[in-house]
Design a protein. Structure first.
Ligand code: KIV
Ligand code: ZN
Length: 514
């Protein structure tokens, strides 16, 4: 077999992924994710859309200053202001890239840009040239390429390569393409763009019809050299192609695809957990590769087959993607050293202070719960990571509820170590708790989603509450964990209040009273 072609993995979790509703990350979280992506071995990190907001600009700049092994890209439209912001943001990167885009499909030309074909080509070429004035590495995306007339796409791609684009990215922006059709489009470009050998063909597929990974792999088969993807498939609407699925398909079916990547696959699971924790977007249990059920075998026939020979029913080893092997671990007699080792085995690299804090929480939990499982530890650390920006800390909650009483909650929160207490009634105990938190903090986000699940089995299992709230047009997803589900609900809501409080333009409806 011929030597395997190397596919460039371009991760856009921090840009397109962050565009998932409710998935915004703060600067510290973005840096944490960027470090994890570097450790994972991605080739390019798209750190943001520098012009979009001061927060985006700052994040791209911080990632560019911190991440040395990967190329760091910023997105920009084909305008001077956008490109200037992108250039300033990635300036400190050891390997900077400017990624400019311009929509090319008829529907976008007519209704969004109101420009004729010639103007689209002119804007695209000027954008690429402007970016090229700063760095060699320039990527161009004809937005909505899959719905663009193929001959016009050929013209645009030829012109931007002539102008200096080193990567041409073909997005299936609305997730409309079918795999065979998308593969044919890449073949069409390879056959008809005369200077195509001077650029890498990239693909960027959305998942509206569940085809993002299939389309990306069809494009790879047709000769694409770069795949754009996100951890856990985050992204606009139904998301982008999931990095973990692309990479594991390439690894598992190298016989068929005959390509390879630089990804250190053992880092996939910890990175996936990290992204789920900072975005608050839980991974569906049956999600390919990283879902909780991905390596669980329920039926007796399957279990028997597995015991006889693992490969009867498993095409990947959990260890290959970094799923920790042992499940049951610690109890209340476990020490800090054993706890730290377990955290490391689960893929977390925590500083001494973070370990101290997590260990304290572990001890409290181990007092309530006989066996502490990996999932308990993950939940505990995930929750702690969400609290990086906490303004208010949880002090305690007491509720009175029942079928014949008006549900009442008393909540204690701490701010600068000062306790603030208030009580409220509600439709149920959780509603009363949320009302009391609103009264104390003056921040009253609207609850748009509430989910409760048990982290492990057994009556003493911890409950994990994941919520989504909306405030001032921004959505935040957070979680709270406790053996008491009312407390878990309170913690999740408080994390959301803290996020909202840190978000730039929110003014509480009343100043906090001690
Ligand atoms: O989906 C899309 O078309 C994009 C481009 C900006 C690359 O995200
Ligand atoms: Zn996109």
């Amino acid at each position: 077999m011929s030597e395997k072609r190397k596919i460039t993995i371009f991760d856009t979790t921090l840009r397109d992924g962050e565009q998932s509703p409710g998935c915004s990350m703060n600067l510290a979280e973005k840096l944490e994710v960027a470090r994890a992506l570097q450790a994972l071995g991605v080739d390019v990190i798209e750190a943001g859309f520098a012009i979009a907001s001061p927060g985006d600009f700052e994040a791209v700049q911080a990632v560019a200053g911190e991440v040395a092994e990967c190329t760091v890209a910023s997105l920009a439209r084909c305008t001077e202001k956008d490109i200037d912001a992108a250039i300033r943001a990635v300036k400190a990167a050891r390997k900077p890239r400017i990624h400019v885009f311009c929509a090319t499909s008829e529907i976008h030309r007519t209704h969004k840009l109101r420009r004729a074909k010639e103007e689209i080509i002119r804007m695209s070429v000027e954008g690429v040239k402007m970016a090229k004035g700063f760095c060699q590495d320039v990527e161009f995306s004809p937005e909505d390429a899959s719905r663009t007339e193929p001959d016009f796409l050929v013209e645009v791609v030829t012109a931007v390569i002539e102008a200096g684009a080193t990567t041409v990215n073909i997005p299936d922006t609305v997730g409309y393409a079918m795999p065979a059709e998308f593969g044919d489009l890449i073949r069409h470009l390879r056959a008809h763009v005369p200077n195509i050998d001077r650029a890498v063909i990239s693909v960027h597929c959305h998942n509206d019809l569940g085809m993002a990974v299939a389309n990306s792999l069809a494009a790879v088969r047709a000769g694409a050299g770069q795949v754009e993807c996100t951890i856990n498939g985050l992204g606009e609407r139904a998301g982008n192609a999931a990095l973990e699925e692309i990479v594991m398909a390439i690894q598992t079916r190298h016989d068929f695809l005959n390509v390879t990547t630089n990804i250190r696959t053992q880092k996939i699971y910890p990175t996936s957990r990290l992204v789920a924790s900072v975005t608050g977007l839980n991974i569906q249990r049956n999600k390919a590769v990283v879902g909780e059920n991905a390596f669980a075998h329920e039926s007796g026939i399957h279990q028997h087959g597995m015991l006889a020979h693992r490969e009867t029913y498993e095409i990947m080893c959990p260890e290959d993607i970094g799923v920790p092997s042992s499940k049951l671990v610690l109890g209340k007699h476990s020490g800090r050293h054993a706890f730290k080792q377990r955290c490391e085995a689960l893929g977390y690299s925590l500083g001494d202070k973070q370990i101290d804090h997590a260990f304290e929480k572990f001890k409290v939990l181990a007092d309530k719960k006989k066996d502490v499982f990996d999932r308990d530890i993950e939940a505990l650390i995930d929750e702690q990571m969400e609290l990086v920006t906490e303004m208010w800390t949880f002090g305690g909650v007491q509720t009175v509820a029942g079928s014949q009483t008006t549900p009442t909650a008393t909540v204690v929160l701490l701010r600068d170590n000062q306790p603030h207490t208030d009580a409220a009634i509600g439709d149920g105990p959780v509603d009363a708790v949320y009302e009391a938190i609103g009264r104390i903090t003056g921040i009253r986000p609207r609850l748009t989603d509430y989910q409760l699940r048990a982290i492990t089995s057994g009556k003493d299992a911890q409950g994990e509450v994941t919520i989504e709230v909306e405030l001032d047009g921004k959505r935040f997803r957070t979680r709270g964990v406790s053996t008491d589900i009312v407390e878990a609900s309170a913690r999740a809501f408080l994390a959301a209040v803290n996020r909202a409080a840190m978000s730039a333009n929110h003014v509480p409806d009343k100043p906090p009273q001690p």
